[in-house]
Every structure is written in C-alpha cells, then in structure tokens.
Design a binder for this molecule. Structure first.
Ligand code: HEC
Ligand code: HEC
Length: 288
C-alpha cells in the first residue's frame, strides 16, 4: 500500500469508530431518557390531560387503521329486518347511553371525565362502516375505556345494535323518545345450544369477565391481585374453594353461581353463561 492510501484507510477507520461510539451514545441517552420518563413519573396520566395535537393524531390514525384492517374480514348481514332496530335500541339504552349518550339524552357522569372522550355515536355511524362498528363493539378498544361486549352480547345482538346505530344517525331527539317509549326491555333468551368446550376462548373469557381483577392466572397478564386465591395449579387441586371436589361439572357450577355453593364466599356471581363457564373450566383444567 502506498502511504497515501494507508492514511485514507486510517482516517476511515477512525471515522467509523467515532460513528459507532456516537450512535451508542445516542441510544444510551434515549434509553436513559425513557427510563427517567417512566420511573420519575414525568408522564401525566390524569384523565383530564389531553394528548398533544400530534400525539392525538398519531393515536387516532393507529386506531382507525387497526379497526378498518380487522373489519375487512367481516360479512355484514342485512340490517333492515323487522325488530332489529328496536332490539338494538333496548340494548343501547341499557349499556351504551351512560358513556355515549343518545339523541337528546346526555351521557351519565361516568362518560364525562374520560380521555379519550366516548364519541357521539351518531357521528360515528356517519363515518364508519357497519363492519367497523361491529368490530369495535365486539372487541372493545384497548386503553380507551371502551369495553369488549362479546361475553355480554351474542353476535346477532351486536348486529341489532349496529342496525339501531345506523338509524340513530338520522333520529331527532323527539324521534328517539318516541322510539324508546315504544320499545320494551327484551326478554332474556334461552342459551344457545352446547358445543365442545374451548380452552382458548376460556382464556379470553377470563379477561372478558374481569377475573384477573381478583386472581393471578398463569397465561394472563394483569394486576396480579390477590383478592381471590392464585389459580396456578388449580387443575390438579382436590377441592374448589375448599368445598367442592374438583371436576369440570363442579367447576362450571362454581363459576356460574359461587354464592349458591358457599353463601359466605367473597367471589361474586358474575353472570357467566353456561358455555363461557365450560370454556373457562377447560382452560383452568390445563393449569396443572
Ligand atoms: C365505559 C364507557 C363506555 C361504554 C359503557 C361504552 N363505550 Fe363505546 N367507547 C368508549 C370510549 C372511551 C371509546 C373510544 C373513543 C375513541 O375513539 O378514542 C368508545 C368507542 C366506541 C366505538 C368506536 C367509535 C369510533 O368512532 O372510533 C363504538 C362503535 C362504540 N364505542 C360503541 C359502543 C356501544 C354500542 C356501546 C354499548 C354496547 C358502548 N360503546 C359502550 C366508552 C364506552
Ligand atoms: C371480586 C373478586 C373476584 C372475581 C371478579 C372473581 N373471583 Fe374467583 N374467587 C374470588 C375469591 C375471594 C375466591 C375464594 C372463594 C372462597 O374460597 O370462598 C375465589 C375463588 C375462585 C376459585 C376457586 C379457587 C380455589 O383455590 O379453590 C376459582 C376457580 C375462581 N375463583 C375462578 C374465577 C373465575 C374464572 C373468575 C372470572 C369468571 C373469577 N374467579 C372472578 C374472588 C373473585
């Protein structure tokens, strides 16, 4: 190598080393910044502190894209069948008005101080497809306060709500009052026919019924609360809650009606359907 070439080579190496050191520094500084942000509690989680405009835009875009991607797979049934809207209104009045309001009806206090604010659904009905609305109701929206309703309503009932929401976009307050006055509460329907228990769905159901608010459950992420006993190893325990021998029928019985098994228990009745209890029991059985 000629001296000149050697010199160039040396300079190149030095530059590369400097670049590597510089980059490592930047990454470390960012990690330190993130750690300070998290551990010193810099981020204000107050429900009245709205995100800044750019953050808000990014989050809303992520939410819109996420919903519309997932809604593409959904087939929309006819939404103009008789009684659908009336049934939908009845569910809406029971479960949605408190956060979202209705034409001429204010949201309750729970729907006021939230960030993000629960949107006016007449506005949503104009801007989103039926499949998107169905998806949002069925699955809920993480970190917004919008619950998933799939363990409360069957798919047909969610479509009833979508049908009503489509109508709601054009209802005046007077129309809504008239429609609401003519609708009675829906009678409880008989439960759907049995199918084979599904442990995966059971795992999801334990989020859907908020079991993790009280129990630590292997395979589920949550607050690690010890209100009820941890459920690790429940599949190989002899007794359920110390009173029932542990088999799947008894587990279903316990899950559906704990206070009937033991009137003094602190585990409340959670209106678990028979099918959901079967699915949850199938998951719990795997926790050996
Ligand atoms: C505890 C309050 C609460 C209840 C009860 C509730 N929601 Fe929501 N809902 C929210 C919040 C918060 C959002 C998210 C706002 C956002 O888009 O960031 C939301 C979002 C939605 C969306 C998506 C809107 C959009 O345009 O992104 C739909 C659709 C919806 N809710 C329908 C319903 C229906 C139908 C019910 C009743 C079965 C219901 N919600 C019950 C709080 C609630
Ligand atoms: C409000 C808190 C709370 C919620 C919500 C709750 N549990 Fe419990 N659970 C308890 C308590 C407390 C006990 C102990 C009961 C006893 O021994 O009398 C218990 C006991 C149990 C047991 C028996 C445990 C053992 O060691 O024998 C099982 C299984 C169980 N819960 C499953 C569930 C499932 C599944 C859900 C959701 C569908 C759920 N729990 C929701 C509080 C709760």
């Amino acid at each position: 190598m000629r001296p000149r070439q050697r010199l160039i080579e040396r300079i190149r190496k030095r530059l590369l080393i400097r670049l590597a050191v510089g980059l490592t520094g930047v990454v470390l500084a960012m990690a330190a910044g993130a750690a300070i942000f998290v551990f010193w509690g810099v981020y204000n989680v107050s429900a009245l502190q709205q995100h800044t405009e750019p953050v808000y835009t990014v989050l809303t875009t992520a939410l819109d894209r996420s919903i519309s991607q997932r809604a593409e797979e959904i087939d929309v049934p006819p939404l103009d069948q008789p009684d659908m809207q009336a049934r939908g209104l009845s569910h809406y009045r029971d479960q949605c008005v408190q956060c979202h309001g209705a034409p001429g009806v204010a949201r309750h206090d729970v729907g006021k101080g939230m960030t993000p604010v629960p949107p006016n659904l007449a506005h949503t009905a104009r801007n989103r497809t039926s499949a998107e609305i169905f998806w949002a109701i069925k699955h809920g929206i993480k970190m917004t306060g919008m619950p998933s309703w799939q363990f409360i309503f069957k798919d047909e009932e969610i479509w009833d709500i979508v049908a009503f929401m489509r109508q709601m976009a054009v209802l005046s307050p007077a129309d809504y009052q008239a429609m609401a006055a003519s609708v009675n509460d829906q009678p409880e329907e008989a439960e759907a026919s049995r199918r084979f228990p599904n442990a995966d769905r059971g795992r999801l159901a334990m989020y859907g019924y908020a079991c993790i608010a009280c129990h630590r459950v292997p395979g589920l992420v949550g607050p690690q609360a010890d209100v009820g006993p941890p459920l690790a190893g429940i599949g190989s325990r002899r007794y359920i809650a110390g009173v029932l021998s542990n088999n799947s029928d008894n587990m279903v019985r316990w899950l559906r009606d704990p206070t009937q098994v033991d009137p003094l228990t602190a585990m409340p009745d959670l209106n678990v359907t028979e099918q959901d209890a079967n699915d949850i029991a199938a998951y719990l059985e795997t926790l050996k």
